[in-house]
Design a protein around this ligand. Structure first.
Ligand SMILES: *Cc1c(COP(=O)(O)O)cnc(C)c1O
Length: 486
């Protein structure tokens, strides 16, 4: 059956119900093929694609800011609009993406999501899709196993590190504080991700209940200062309830002294959370495991598969050592859910997070690990550790550049003692602008001890030796050029 729309001059193939919402078998195949062909071309084009492209953005934005159409249009034209739009901004899937915390988005996850959306299974309550819920739970359990968590551990896939951290703070609040919790104090380092303070605020804590502890010369939380702050709060009648350590800070990849933080937390019966959103999956590698010693002692861990496992944005995880404490914070019931059975071997994910209905995000993780094995991820992460070392080695004796040894895969540097002493921040900013203007790599900046610094984070699975050597050449040249005109 065909319907011809006179206004748009478009012919629809109608499916079983005679509606474009139910495409025919041929139509479904054609739609999928059109998308997969575009993804293949996209992936093939990534090495040559600009690392950043804002050309013509205003015109393209104006084109998509339109009223909702009454009639549909053809898929191919719409896919063109999407792909043209995707080519604007930062190329977050490409090998030159060294800004913020990359990941990339492996093709396998795209395939998994296509399938997951197509079958539209409801995995939040396990009895609705018992086997698929068991698959998602198993993939979360594999993450628990990485950190040596016991059988009583529970975890949940979230949209990202921020939501995982919110879950952890709420669980800690419920486990360690009375219903009136406003005397509770939470401790983070001055390098912690802003999502911790945000989570505390959403969880009901005023700003002043978040104590910011200074870091040492390598940006790790100063444990002596932490002890001092806790003693001070106890003396004032406050209730220290949670220490948040970071395993791989966003700024420099620094890892807090996790074992010592765990011991401090334990001695005060506080919750110990580790934000390993960036660094967690280095646990798969031998070098990473050594650096992350003590992470298994945490009461909860945030990891971001959309960073270290290269999955697409929207894949985070919260793991909690004593699963009953996570469930105590988030379990609810409603009359309309009375048909649902209670959690058994497989938990009800809705009992472990604020979400009820949500996507079957576990398939991304499950399919990727089953199809490739941990070995593929371990190798890729080991390569990134080597590459950040390479970048450091190639930059370390560049004139005018001050660079620190990389922590995990973050290389941070800034211009030092330029001919215009006192203008280092401005010079560093100009180096960054020049580097990014090449469009071969894209780096981001931060402030370290008040100073403007450039950071390169090597974590996209598509970044290899050739691009890192090119990045080093570009950074050296940009530094020379800026200094020549300074
Ligand atoms: C990325 C990151 C976060 C935030 O995670 P989202 O997935 O962006 O919400 C938190 N902490 C650290 C250390 C991070 O690197």
């Amino acid at each position: 059956m065909h319907t011809h729309d006179q206004t748009t001059n478009v012919t629809y193939l109608d499916g079983p119900g005679g509606s474009p919402l139910e495409p025919s078998a041929a139509q479904m195949r054609r739609m999928a093929a059109a998308v997969s062909e575009r993804l293949v071309r996209f992936a093939e084009g990534l090495p040559a694609a600009p690392a950043m492209n804002l050309d013509d953005v205003q015109r393209l934005i104006t084109r998509v800011r339109e009223p909702a159409p009454e009639q549909g249009s053809e898929l191919d034209g719409l896919l063109d609009v999407v792909m043209e739009g995707a080519a604007r901004g930062i190329e977050t899937a490409g090998p030159g993406f060294l800004a913020y915390v990359p990941g990339g988005g492996i093709y396998t996850a795209a395939v998994a999501d296509f399938l997951a959306c197509g079958i539209n299974r409801y995995v939040s309550l396990w009895s609705q899709a018992p086997v698929l819920a068991a698959m998602e739970w198993t993939s979360v359990r594999w993450l628990c196993d990485l950190f040596g968590y016991p059988g009583a551990a529970r975890g949940v896939l979230t949209s990202g590190g921020s939501m995982s951290t919110l879950g952890a703070i709420v669980a800690a609040r419920c486990a360690c504080l009375p219903a009136n919790f406003l005397s509770g104090v939470l401790y983070v380092s001055d390098q912690a991700h802003a999502c911790v303070a945000k989570a505390a605020s959403i969880a009901g804590f005023p700003r002043e209940n978040v104590r910011v502890i200074p870091t040492d010369d390598r940006f790790r939380m100063d444990v002596g200062e932490l002890r001092k702050a806790i003693r001070g709060d106890l003396a004032r009648g406050r209730r220290p309830f949670c220490v948040v350590g970071t395993a791989g800070t966003t700024n420099t990849g620094a890892i807090d002294p996790l074992s010592e933080l765990a011991a401090v937390a334990r001695s005060h019966e506080m919750w110990f959370h580790v934000d390993a959103a960036y660094g967690g999956f280095f646990q798969l590698t031998e070098r990473g495991r050594t650096k992350l010693t003590g992470i298994g002692a945490a009461d909860s861990v945030t990891v971001d598969p959309h960073k270290g496992l290269f999955l697409p944005y929207g894949t985070g995880a919260l793991l909690v050592r004593d699963g009953s404490r996570l469930q105590a914070a988030f379990h609810t019931s409603g009359d309309y859910l009375q048909d649902m059975s209670h959690a058994g071997e497989v938990p009800n994910f809705s009992d472990l997070s604020p979400e009820l209905s949500r996507d079957f995000r576990g398939l991304r993780l499950w399919l990727a690990i089953k199809l490739h094995g941990w070995a593929a991820f371990r190798e890729a992460l080991d390569e990134k550790l080597d590459l950040s070392r390479t970048l450091f080695e190639r930059l370390r004796d560049t004139d005018w550049l001050h660079i620190a040894e990389p922590n995990l895969t973050v290389v941070a540097f800034h211009c030092a003692h330029g001919r215009r002493h006192g203008h280092e921040d401005e010079l560093t900013r100009r180096v960054l602008d020049r580097v990014n203007a090449t469009r071969r790599v894209h780096l981001s900046s931060t402030r370290l001890r008040g100073r403007f610094a450039i950071r390169a984070c090597v974590l996209c699975f598509r970044t290899h030796q050739d691009r890192i050597e090119e990045a080093a050449d570009i950074i050296r040249q940009a530094t020379r050029d800026v200094m020549a005109t300074a």
